[in-house]
Write a protein that binds this ligand. Sequence first.
Ligand code: NAD
Length: 470
Amino acid sequence: MSDQEFPLFIGGKAVPGTGSFAVIDPATGEAFAECALASTDQLDEAVDAARAAFPAWAAMPIEDRAARLLAIADAIESRQGELAALLSREQGKPRKSAMGEIGGTLYWIRATAALRPAIERVGGSEGPIVELHRRPLGVVGSITPWNFPVMIAIWHVIPALLAGNSVVIKPSPNTPLTTLRVVAIANEHLSAGVFNAVTGDVEIGGAMSRHPGIDKIVFTGSTPTGRAIMREGAANLKRLTLELGGNDAAIVLPDADVDAIAPRIFAAAFGNSGQVCAAIKRLYVHESVHDALAARLAEMAAAATVGAGDDPDSQFGPLQNRKQFDYVAALADDARAAGGRFLTGGTATTGPGYFFPLSVLVDVTDGVRAVDEEQFGPILPIVRYHDPEDALARANANDNGLGGSVWSSDVERAAALAQRLQCGSVWVNDHSTISPTIPFGGAKQSGIGVEFGQHGLDEYTQLQTVRIPR
Ligand code: NAD
């Protein structure tokens, strides 16, 4: 596939890049497509186009903007199979999971398009009438990662557009292709310049963060990149939503029903081969149920089929890129050297492709890299504990604070403990579940701001206080 098939999108037109770059199939490690590469001049053109389109888009009644977003969902739906095949090829996930990701985007677009910024009245019955309005910000820059490339693009772009902003998106250079297709489809329903796409990596991402013509950056990716964006964005006091890394702890209490919880913990730890921001990445299990739960999880992991996305038998795909693959393999080696024991998995397959088996690691504790660091891969470290207070303290002794969960047959006890986890989302007997109407965001170094629901929509607006004499 050539870079002609994957152009940039600027001012309502497909535009060739000033260069191109190869996109790798993670199931083979080989390049399978060329993608257009943007220059910083082309970024400037995209921002100019977005600025020019902003006033008319912002002035359009929100019902009309929402109708266009719903039309985009219908258009994506009519091409779901084709988009899923491309997504599976570039990201690595099984075709069925890719269909699920595209299906999720449709659900998200439709639910988000139903949201409306609230106009509130504040103050008493004396003095001026005071209303709180929500105004669009201007141009929003979206920078996305490679784990759920299309879904996360939609999470950024749809509320931004609904609120009346125009957008410039830059997908991850690891997985740009399906996003570029979606931008082209969306442009069939939008005026020129409302939604633009550029490509590239650090250079273009950095230039977006510094760009005086971009009013806000919404970013999903690693914490170090989030810090870089914050530094660069200080130049024009950019508004920021940062959804960053996580190292979510799940605490299993002694009264938990092992057979009932094991499949849910398994899904929340290994979904998307562990490449999920709010996956379970540290499992603290009470000593009385530790061995039974670890054995049950290892059994499920060993029975799972890891394979190429286009193989109908695959339940889990490879890691998305070489760097991540090497990182996960290094964590496994480090854990073994620290005395850890893999009940299953733990060793990378010898090529081709970036395949790593689902791996259950025991006899490790805090201080070992696989526990302390976000794996973002299919290794689940299980930490044995004696006292739930100690497990809670260890769960909280981490810079990340995205999600956390407590698992127990006593829901009230679990809920009380869960609320003491220092993170943006907590679940009881569940983990990772998200919804387009429920805010989601990170505490501590897992991010700033939230996505989804009314609170998420508000992040694409400026609060304006309006005082009118009575
Ligand atoms: P990454 O930070 O390496 O890259 C993400 C994006 O940022 C890419 O588009 C990249 O080109 C761009 N980028 C890189 N350097 C930049 C810079 N200096 N300035 C601006 N942009 C730059 O992250 P990744 O490896 O693609 O994704 C994995 C990470 O993302 C994990 O840590 C994971 O936890 C996190 N993540 C978080 C969430 C969430 O909602 N909190 C969701 C998915 C992934």
